[in-house]
Design a protein around this ligand. Structure first.
Ligand SMILES: NC(=O)c1ccc[n+]([C@@H]2O[C@H](COP(=O)([O-])OP(=O)(O)OC[C@H]3O[C@@H](n4cnc5c(N)ncnc54)[C@H](O)[C@@H]3O)[C@@H](O)[C@H]2O)c1
Length: 353
């Protein structure tokens, strides 16, 4: 299999943004098919790239010309769709959340091994110029140890957003703001600060008349010993995402772009005896990185060519599901919960109430 890889996007909601991400990388990807039960919706996306429209997922899986199936279906459909696509001999990209239980993530990890096909979970916030600067500073030893961070996912979602039948329900969305929205900033946290050791969580439904939570306050301890607070609401006046990291030698502040934080101008301020001129030189040495979905897809292409250094790993998706499991376990018990979550944990098979 050689680039450009031939892709079918299944689900034409966020799939439209995926389409634009692939189109920014014409040497690496060709979009062959947009599949959606709603042919009109698929057509709107397909006409941007000249792809064909298909309503039958099985036909897409049986098309020998397709190399990669990109799953952009509602969360409750991910597990079955990914398993079927892997077993049909395709590489698979899957929107977040990869699955809605750690048990199903473990099953998919096994299926990927059995079939020898790659499965790439999506976390596109990792990609962009600001996060490339951040990683380079960490790799160059210019940060010192992580001390503390604050994260905000303050977005607005109203009844129109929740009029889509699967959203806001345990059966469809399978979780609330910590699963559907703050999952991105928490993945970015682990990308920058490393693994999470424990979480104390409080969640509430205060904005919309939905079954799942739309506000969350978390206190986390990282495996490094660093402490983190994360605040999430879907009742903010406007959408902002903000991150602030204090390392012993560097303080890092994002702007407040909600969906592409790495596209904003981050500030990197050295704390003596760490040297600002070295920080500036490191930052100035990187002038371009593909942002968001195109950065993610570029990393997928590199991984398919044997360089796994920048792709999101299946373990990263599993870790994000462990955090979500731990958050629900903590919120329901009012107790701090330690990660990783074992196979004997009562919520290992799923957190649905
Ligand atoms: N990474 C991100 O920033 C981001 C943003 C939004 C949504 N998402 C995730 O993407 C996924 C989809 O979300 P969305 O907002 O695009 O949902 P959506 O409801 O807008 O779109 C899903 C589409 O899937 C289609 N569909 C359902 N069953 C199908 C089937 N069997 N075969 C073919 N098509 C089928 C529906 O007709 C619908 O058009 C969710 O998991 C969501 O969490 C991720």
């Amino acid at each position: 299999m050689i680039a450009p890889y031939k892709v079918a996007i299944v689900g034409a909601g966020i799939g439209g943004e995926h389409s634009d991400g692939y189109s920014a990388l014409p040497n690496l990807f060709r979009i062959k098919t947009i599949c959606d039960l709603n042919a009109d919706r698929a057509r709107l996306v397909a006409e941007r790239s000249g792809a064909k429209v298909e309503i039958d997922f099985d036909k897409v899986l049986n098309d020998p010309k397709i190399d990669i199936i990109d799953i952009c279906l509602p969360p409750m459909l991910h597990y079955q769709a990914v398993e079927k696509a892997l077993r049909s001999g395709k590489h698979v990209i899957c929107e977040k959340p990869l699955t809605t239980s750690i048990a199903n993530a473990d099953r998919l990890i096994k299926v990927a091994l059995e079939t020898g096909k790659r499965l790439f979970p999506i976390f596109q916030y990792r990609y962009g110029l600001a996060t490339s600067h951040m990683r380079a500073l960490i790799d160059a030893g210019l940060t010192g140890k992580p001390l503390i961070a604050t994260l905000e996912t303050h977005w607005s979602r109203d009844s129109v957003y929740y009029s889509v039948d699967w959203r806001g329900t345990w059966a469809g969305e399978q979780g609330g703001a910590i699963l559907g929205h703050a999952i991105h900033i928490h993945d970015l946290l682990t990308f920058i600060f490393g693994p999470i050791q424990s979480v104390f969580a409080d969640v509430a439904t205060r904005v919309n008349a939905i079954e799942v939570e739309d506000c969350a306050a978390l206190s986390m301890r990282m495996r490094s010993g660093a402490l983190v607070t994360s605040s999430t609401t879907l009742g903010a006046a406007k959408d902002t995402s903000r991150l602030k990291f204090c390392f012993e030698g560097l303080t890092v502040e994002s702007e407040n772009l909600p969906y592409k934080p790495a596209d904003g101008q981050w500030t990197f301020t050295a704390r003596a005896p760490y040297d600002q001129s070295k920080v500036d030189a490191c930052v100035n040495s990187i002038t371009f990185a593909h942002p968001s979905f195109s950065g993610f897809f570029e990393a997928v292409a590199k991984a398919l060519q044997g360089d796994d250094s920048s792709a999101v790993r299946l373990e990263d998706a599993k870790q994000s599901l462990e955090l979500i499991t731990a958050i629900y376990a903590s919120a329901r018990s009012s107790m701090r919960v330690t990660l990783p979550i074992s196979t004997t944990h009562p919520l290992y098979d799923g957190w649905l109430p």
